[in-house]
Design a protein around this ligand. Structure first.
Ligand code: FAD
Ligand code: SF4
Ligand code: SF4
Ligand code: SF4
Length: 407
């Protein structure tokens, strides 16, 4: 009998689901709310196509960055609307203006994050900004292949495992395809996010939440806030802007209990990359070396060009760019080397999740924030020996605290 990945190893990339010629695979929500493939053995004809495209069961070609840049989009409004310097929008505009198609993650009106495509600049805003929830890939790989076969230029963006799924599913190179992966901490459970929205509505007086933006720069460019918008019970508009330090979702995300299990053992945590481009945040100190004053604080992207195709497009991009040494860029990003930690509290968390109310879960697990540590670590000089010692000490304290809590 055909066996795909289990709950611990599947990334939910949906390559198997998109590939199956018999439609024998359905992507089904598991108890933690992540989508996993389930095979209907009555329909399956044992052709092995699904296992042959699974990036977790097979090797994936990776390339070491050839060039690294830091910079931002020239349009100030788009830069403000983007998680970091708007590198994604620059690449998307480059493709859209040539009549191409852009794939990425959008938060729909029902606040579910789904992968989709756009072919028009006026919808680009829907793909902008980081959504800290795993996106549902549904049949986008099949759709991307159709556009590629028609000869349309395609920009496909997503987490590294989603790009891994795309390249294995396609099975060959396309000149008209550009892939972009985000440097990725891990993805949280869509089910917990749905429960979080219901909890927010109950505790913050909303009748319905209509929009959440995780990195809103309206008040502060340097440390973006979470923006929550919706309607009150009398039909009034409610807007809440919460510091990321106090926002329960960000605390849950960085606490790692609600992260997809495959992320703790992510095979893409490496300077060798699966995409043409890898884009990431570039915080604080280092960019101030290159740009004066507040300019460097409005959001700076790091762009790793991993293929010759990626390097060749760079001169055509409409953005401020500064080239840095590849090794310097890589050294600056912890995420190339460190997988997100599986918390010792994870099993207890999920046991509690099924028996406690969501508010009790919030009180028990979404309080102790590692965010101040994360922000400090990202905004000061990471390579100073003192910083490293402080970070190691705080990590040790955090582990002791978790152990004491779990006793
Ligand atoms: C879950 C998650 C974790 C991340 N972790 C890190 C990290 O640890 N370190 C780091 O340097 N950068 C991380 N990033 C990337 C970073 O925050 C920015 O997304 C990236 O720098 C691009 O920013 P931008 O300004 O170019 O464009 P933006 O407009 O802000 O980026 C939008 C892009 O992000 C994609 N996207 C948004 N949400 C998702 C999602 N849920 N799944 C797949 N794709 C999505 C969109 O499709 C689009 O391609 C993470 C992003 C996400 C979504
Ligand atoms: S073996 Fe073939 S038919 Fe069976 S689930 Fe996989 S792809 Fe579908
Ligand atoms: S192809 Fe993707 S979704 Fe399917 S089993 Fe492998 S990792 Fe999971
Ligand atoms: S950490 Fe790895 S497995 Fe998890 S979403 Fe990111 S790229 Fe995928």
């Amino acid at each position: 009998m055909i066996q795909l990945c289990n709950n611990d190893t599947c990334t939910g990339c949906s390559a198997c689901y998109n590939k199956c010629p018999r439609h024998a695979i359905s992507m089904t929500e598991n108890t933690e709310g992540f989508l996993n493939p389930i095979i209907d053995y009555n329909l399956c004809v044992n052709c092995n196509l699904c296992t042959s495209v699974c990036p977790q069961l097979n090797s994936v070609n990776l390339s070491y960055p050839q060039k690294t840049f830091i910079g931002w989009i020239n349009d100030g409004n788009i830069r403000r609307d983007s998680a970091s310097g708007g590198a994604f929008s620059v690449l998307a505009l480059y493709v859209l203006r040539k009549g191409g198609i852009v794939f990425g993650a959008k938060m729909d009106d029902d606040l579910v994050v789904r992968h989709c495509f756009i072919d028009n600049e006026s919808y680009l805003y829907t793909l902008r900004d980081s959504k800290y929830v795993q996106s549902n890939m549904s049949d986008v790989l099949r759709t991307a292949k159709r556009f590629l076969e028609e000869g349309r230029e395609v920009l496909f963006t997503g987490t590294s495992c989603q790009i891994g799924g795309l390249v294995k599913y396609l099975g060959k190179d396309y000149d008209n395809l550009i892939t972009v992966d985000l440097l990725c901490h891990g993805v949280p459970s869509p089910k917990v996010f749905k429960d979080y929205i219901r909890w927010l509505e109950e505790y913050k007086g909303f009748s319905k939440i209509t929009r959440i933006k995780f990195r809103d720069k309206a008040i502060s460019n340097e440390s973006p806030n979470c923006l929550i918008e919706g309607m009150g019970h009398k039909g009034e508009k409610i807007t809440i802007i919460e510091s990321r330090i106090y926002n329960k979702w960000i605390q849950a995300f960085l606490g790692n209990n609600i992260i997809r299990p495959a992320c703790y053992n992510c095979k893409y945590v490496s300077p060798n990359r699966v995409s043409d481009y890898t884009i990431a945040d570039w915080f604080g100190w280092d960019s101030r070396k290159y740009w004066e004053g507040r300019e460097a604080q409005k959001g700076v992207s790091a762009i790793f060009c991993n293929t010759a195709k990626a390097c060749s497009i760079i001169p055509s991009l409409n953005m401020v760019l500064h080239e840095v040494r590849v090794e310097h860029g890589i050294k600056n990003k912890n995420e190339f080397f460190h997988k997100c930690l599986r918390p010792t509290s994870r099993e207890q968390f999920w046991t509690d999740y099924s028996s406690l109310s969501f508010n009790e879960v919030v009180v028990k697990y979404f309080q102790t924030s590692r965010l101040p540590l994360y922000i400090i670590y990202n905004s000061i000089h990471k390579h100073s020996i003192y910083t490293k010692l402080i970070v190691l000490f705080l990590r040790y304290l955090h582990k002791v605290k978790l152990k004491l809590k779990n006793r």
